[in-house]
Design a protein around this ligand. Structure first.
Ligand code: HEM
Length: 129
């Protein structure tokens, strides 16, 4: 008797899978930032000259923009991470994952405006000096 061949369907992207990929990317970016941060601050062991030298590099305007990117990365990872924790531990958490995503991203968005606007104004101020 002939068996039906298995039906292979193309993968359908959905909110959960995109949120998961972004969580992984932001997690890895945070690890990279942590290593960079440790590398920069370890220069303090070389005394004021060595430390000031590396600080003069990381205080250039481009790093002020990168810090805004860091804020986005931290906020997404932290608030999506909280969503994952709630989804895993709350009753019917999985059923509410889309609503939770909306709530968490709204909070992250507000915090981004609160932090990001002054950071961007500071960037403009440094550029116009
Ligand atoms: C408020 C702070 C944070 C929260 C609430 C949080 C939450 C989480 C959660 C719940 C997971 C598991 C995701 C899953 O089960 O799929 C996770 C994964 C991860 N986190 Fe965080 N995290 C935080 C901060 C950080 C920081 C500071 C770093 C890096 C220095 C980091 C790096 C990672 C990495 C690399 C993963 C693995 C990603 C993956 O394999 O998909 N997290 N985080």
């Amino acid at each position: 008797m002939l068996e039906k061949p298995p039906v292979i369907k193309p993968y359908r992207w959905h909110l959960g899978s995109i949120a998961w990929i972004l969580h992984r990317i932001t997690g890895l970016l945070l690890v990279f930032y942590l290593l960079l941060h440790i590398w920069v601050t370890h220069h303090v062991t070389e005394g004021p000259e060595g430390f000031n030298k590396v600080m003069s590099v990381v205080q250039q305007p481009i790093f002020l923009l990168l810090e805004i990117g860091l804020l986005v990365t931290v906020l997404y990872h932290a608030f999506n991470g909280l969503r994952i924790i709630i989804v895993e531990f709350a009753d019917n958490g999985a059923g509410a994952h889309k609503t939770l995503f909306g709530i968490m991203m709204a909070i992250a968005g507000i915090l981004f405006l609160v932090g990001g606007i002054p950071m961007f104004m500071h960037f403009l101020h440094v550029l116009n000096k």
